[in-house]
Structures are given as structure tokens and as C-alpha cells.
Design a protein around this ligand. Sequence first.
Ligand code: LLP
Length: 428
Amino acid sequence: NGTARVTPQGVLDIGGVSAPELAGRFGTPLYVYDEGLIREQCRRFHRTLAASGLDYQVSYASKAFTCLALVRLMAAEHMGLDVVSGGELYTALSAGFDPARIHLHGNNKTVAELRQALDAGVGCYVVDSLDEVARLNALAGEYGTWARCLLRVTPGVSAHTHDFIQTGAADSKFGLNLANGQAETALRAMLDAPHLDVLGVHFHIGSQIFGTDGTRAALDRILNWLAGLREQTGFTARVLNIGGGFGIRYTAADQSYPIEDALTEIAGALRAGTQTHGLPLPQLWLEPGRSVVGEAGWTLYEVGTVKEIPGVRNYVSVDGGMSDHIRTALYGANYEVALANRMNDAPQAEYTVAGKLCESGDVIARDKPLPHPQRGDLLAVSCTGAYHFSMSSRYNQMPRPAVVFVGGGEAREVVRRESWADLVRGQE
Ligand code: LLP
């Protein structure tokens, strides 16, 4: 991916810096980001959406990976920012991100979080429940302002199946259902609320999606619903936010579905759908996370114990594990692995890459062809840029790894490795 390549000596090089050099300078486990590839992903969204002729806004979903340096990078790449907690908001504001370009999400925003957002002047609130309408309206009134907002609806479309499941989406903690009338009730309440400025609606049908069938089906339902509401209430949506969800290629077995194709299809469906339903064209807003940072991230580990169980399985253990890489254990996710210092060596056997944490499920990748790993080898896992650092934990009192940005032959540590002292900070 991106600027990663293998040198003639068989060494993995990312952004012009060799993996062994990164491991030597910053230690392992280490999260490495190809900064140029993150930028390029942002630009692909901008290029394609600008070419579509639609008014648009792309907000990066912080949950995939956030830190001060990343937030500054998003600002430089003209992205908006989607935050889902006081902590993500604090991080964004600490990096100096323009609050007007921040959107606050959440199915249970606390009053403290809403106040934090109102204090900062956050640009948009994604209203997720009926009771939030009254709460946000009252607080905005107290601040003498209007809260610009979207209503999050559940369109009754599941992204991961072709016969879109109607009942599945009704059973969700997120958003208000189109089919059972709750979305309409909420929207009418929002329109009646004197301190809310209702921009439009939001939906997000899932993550790691290839293709646009689900999104287009959801769009169709929502435009149909909006057309009916417009007749009854006169309300015209100025904004349609379709969330994130664009899939990335974790392994060669994953489909390749370029963002350009997905965006072009969605833009086309929006134009056609608004025409069919006699609606003015709203702005198209998106909030991708994984597709912006996922393929730009790598994790480097040092190989430790190698255990070969004749006739059963071979294990190679590394110096991190489910504390910095939870997606395999949690979702059964699949990753490519390689020995970063011996990229040209032919595979000799299959190895399961295990972590060092006290749980049998602490696995990074199963049964992967590798050259016989040796203690001290460097093991690289690709596509770890999304939902890795952000979902890391301190299980077994593992300090969180450092995060390094590489590009143009330079590396900079943007998040320091946690120290032992960090592990007991604030404790009595
Ligand atoms: N917008 C909303 C409202 C979302 O709920 C999400 C993801 C996104 C945008 C960004 O979706 P993305 O473009 O990253 O697919 N921890 C899981 C993923 C959880 C996604 C939650 N919501 C994982 O590691 O796969």
C-alpha cells in the first residue's frame, strides 16, 4: 500500500524509512503511518466529490484513529471531523480544529458533552433520540443560540445482505426508525423546537462495506420519506449525510472497490433520486473513517518465542497482542503478515501469530505462510491504521505503543510510547 516497498535487500520500507530502523529508533510494538497515503485518501474523496458537481462535505470519523497530529493533518486536508464523545471532542479542540467543522454524534450524549460542544461552538449535532431533541433545544436556548442539527434515521437497510432486512434495523440503539413513524415524530419535534436549526438527515448502514447497493437502497427510502414529509410540513432537507463505511482491502481475498466508483454511484443515485421524488438536490455529507486511515497503518512487532507443535500448529509469539490489536480476537478479522527484515525469504511453513497476553484468543493472524521465524525478527502487520490504536487497551498492564508518522524518508513520533509510570498515573 502507498509508499511501502521492499528493498533489494528484502527489507520492508515505509515512507522511505526501513522497518528495522523504525523499530530500532522507536521500539516495538509500534504503530507506523504512511502520512502521504492518509493525505492521498483525503484527496481522493475531495477530487471525486468535487467532480460530481454536488455540494459536499467530508468529515473524518475520529473513532477510527485520533491524536493531535492526525487531527492537524485532517485540518490541512480540508476535512471536517466527526466526534462521538467528550474525549474525541477534547482531542479535536486541543489540536486547534475549527469547531464549526466538527460534528457531534452519539446515542447518549451527556449533558456535560452537549455543554462542552455548545461552549466550543460545534457546527453540527446529529440528533439520535426523541429525548435528545428536548435536551439539546433547552441547552441551546440557555446558550442563546441555535444548534444546527441532523436527525439520524435508520432506513431499514442492512449493508451486508442483498435482501435488505426490514426488521434488523428497527432493533438498533442508533437513530430513529423510518418505518415505525418514530423518525417522523422526532423530525416534527425538531422543526417545532425554537433553538434547533434542522439541516437534514443522517444515516449510516454499516462499516467495511463493498459496493453501494445498500446505500442506494437507503437513499431511495429516505428520499421517498422526505418527499412525503415535504408535502405535509414544507420541510426541505438541505443536507443528506450518508455516514461512512467504505471497505478496505485487509487481504488479497477482499474485494477491491475503489472509493471513486462508490462515490460516483452514490452521487448519481442522489441526483436521480431527488429528480424522481421532485426534491431539490441537498448537500451530500460523508464521514469515512476506516477508508481514510486503515490501509496507511502498519504494526511492527519483535518476534520472540517460536513454538512448533508437530502435527498440530506452529506458533510465533510477538511482543504485543490483543492489547494493541483486538480486531482478530473480537471480529475474527484477517490480516496479512510478513517478516519485515526478510521479505524476500520464501515461506517455509504456516504459523499462527500470537500475542504475549494471557488469553488463548490473543491471536493476530492464523495459519500464515512465513519463512521460519527467528527470535529477533521483525514482524509487520499491514492495514492496521483503523480501529487499532483507538481500540487499544492496557490489558495485562501493557503500555500503549508509540505512533510514528513516516513520509519522504523522515519519521516522527506523534504519540509517545506509554511508560511504566503512565500505567499507575493518578492511582492512590
Ligand atoms: N459514521 C458513523 C455514524 C459510524 O457509526 C461510523 C462507524 C462511521 C461513520 C465510520 O465508519 P467507517 O468509515 O470507519 O466504516 N470497531 C469496528 C468498526 C466500528 C464502526 C463504528 N461506526 C471495527 O474495528 O471494524
